[in-house]
Ligand binder design. Sequence first.
Ligand code: FAD
Length: 388
Amino acid sequence: TPATTLAYFGVDALIDDDTRDLQAAVRGFVDRRIRPEIATWYEQGRLPVRDLARELGELGVLGMHLSGYGCAGTSAVAYGLACFELEAGDSGLRSLVSVQGSLAMYAIWRFGSEEQKQQWLPRMAAGEAIGCFGLTEPDFGSDPAGMRTRARRDGDDWVLDGTKMWITNGSVADVAVVWARTDGGVRGFLVPAGTPGFTAPEITRKLSLRASVTSELVLDDVRLPADAMLPEAAGLSGPLTCLNEARFGIVFGALGAAHDCLETTIAYARSRQIFDKPLAAYQATQLKLADMGLELGKGMLLALQIGALKDAGTLDHRQISLGKLNSVREAIAIARECRAILGAAGITLDYPVIRHSANLESVLTYEGTSEVHQLIIGQVLTGHAAFK
Ligand code: FAD
């Protein structure tokens, strides 16, 4: 019997029993609930976010690495491995969980007042309330420091104006964490859905992350009470700290998509007869599979190292760049190579490979593009910042 790639690397020996059980529970959920439906959702360009959020809340993965307020308080590695399994299902599913737990909930958990935490976190952990995180603007993605969205004081109130773009879960969210420029620097605000002047039209015609809601956030004289501001986040370091949390999940998640592609492709190549033998028995196929397996396993070892550093409390955010760049870049290369090995069968939604490949185009771009992470790594290695 052939070995699966990660078993071949002996990865399980690096994961404790409880974490393995948790990972298996997430895998079971994805097998049962996501795999039978995902191709249809993808084709239709929709995701039943509300239903899934409640189920993911029951599973305990929403804000799972946070403590208190109904969150599970797991290790970082456990959260990473949950992301791996979710993204093996679809990057859209993992995005839902990343944005909810690592961006929206984390922002409130880390920077919110006690009242804000009590109001939102237990319901968000249960999947009864959905959050989104609005940082990117139409003209400012990689350079959020340029943001134009503004919050000005009017008496005790805040009044927000501006537009956010490419916001995951925007149209379905009950609360938007919106980052805006104030006279005192960048601050975060909690904007409940339905606040007058606030709309979140969905972005359509996507050919990547089709099973994910992506939206614009339009803020037109949105009046908020004084206590809508996150009191503990001052400056751009607030949103950037949240991004580090979500990037950490992607280090593992992208490898889940790659793993799904590779295992699918190995099974296909073993059963597909070409001339007089299985496709898997040709040297040319094996060279490709060996290289992809090696990259996947190496990527997983790097992810587990980054996870171990995070659990030890010594992770430097610049180390996450190593994992985000490597995992996503290798995952997309694996997905594309696997698609080719599947031949014509690889171009339909009957196999997950082209869906993962198209999804990973978004994952390559969001949470810091590859170039941005290369520049972060370049600065660590040389001492020179080359961003501008
Ligand atoms: P740009 O910043 O315009 O970059 C364009 C190109 O220029 C890229 O290749 C980039 O690498 C390159 N580049 C940029 N700077 C440099 C440099 N200094 N040197 C060399 N090259 C450079 N944002 C949110 O706030 N919340 C969300 O929930 C969210 N969800 C998203 C979901 C999807 C599906 C997508 C696609 C995006 C999402 N985003 C979200 C936005 C995402 O974070 C941005 O798209 C990302 O930061 C890149 O910004 P941009 O698209 O404006 O590209």
